[in-house]
Write a protein that binds this ligand. Structure first.
Ligand code: ADP
Length: 168
């Protein structure tokens, strides 16, 4: 089972092998955590992203971290919740975590930070998004040290209640 913790904070300050970005299919930047990561990494990041030909929902692609303290950024695209059945949305969200972990392992990234993918403008209910994140990372992240970094208070209070054993 993966070594997993949950913290509150800003993912752009994470020091480790890689941070995961909740991107959109264009990979050319957006709002929320995506915007914050691009601002912190600098303009070189969007230049590399522009060479990748986008990313499908549920898949993941890796770049350098540029001015971030993390060496790499793993860009994954979560499902827009209301565009799918709840079951399909869950499968796609699980794929984001599985493919991000796989990509990390292929690039020797062992310390990894995740945001709560899809739980912002993409509308995934925060409690359910957290459940998918925790269960999927625990199941597939055998060889990694992972932290879920929660930016909003609501998500963090859900985590404190439901996963008090791994929430700091
Ligand atoms: P999505 O489009 O996948 O829903 P968002 O960026 O809108 O992505 O939201 C995903 C999650 O990231 C939300 O829970 C939001 O609160 C969180 N978030 C926003 N900025 C940051 C940040 N700097 N660090 C960590 N999480 C963040």
């Amino acid at each position: 089972m993966a070594n997993l913790k949950i913290k509150s904070g800003d993912i752009t300050t994470f020091e480790g092998d890689a941070i995961v970005n909740a991107a959109n299919e264009s990979l050319l930047g957006g709002g929320g955590v995506d915007g914050a990561i691009h601002r912190a990494a600098g303009v070189e990041l969007v230049k590399e992203c522009a060479t990748l030909g986008g990313c499908k929902t549920g898949e993941a692609k890796i770049t350098s971290g540029y001015r971030l303290k993390a060496r790499h950024v793993i860009h994954t695209v979560g499902p827009v919740y209301y565009e799918h059945s709840p079951q399909r949305a869950q499968e796609l969200l699980e794929s984001c975590y599985v493919n991000s972990i796989k990509t990390a392992e292929e690039h020797n990234c062992r310390t990894l930070a995740f945001p709560l993918i899809s739980a912002g403008v993409y509308g995934y209910p925060k409690d359910k998004a957290l459940e998918v994140a925790v269960n999927t990372i625990k199941k597939y992240g055998n060889d990694i040290d992972a932290v879920i970094i929660l930016f909003d208070r609501e998500a963090y209070s859900i985590a404190k209640e439901k996963y008090s054993d791994i929430t700091e």
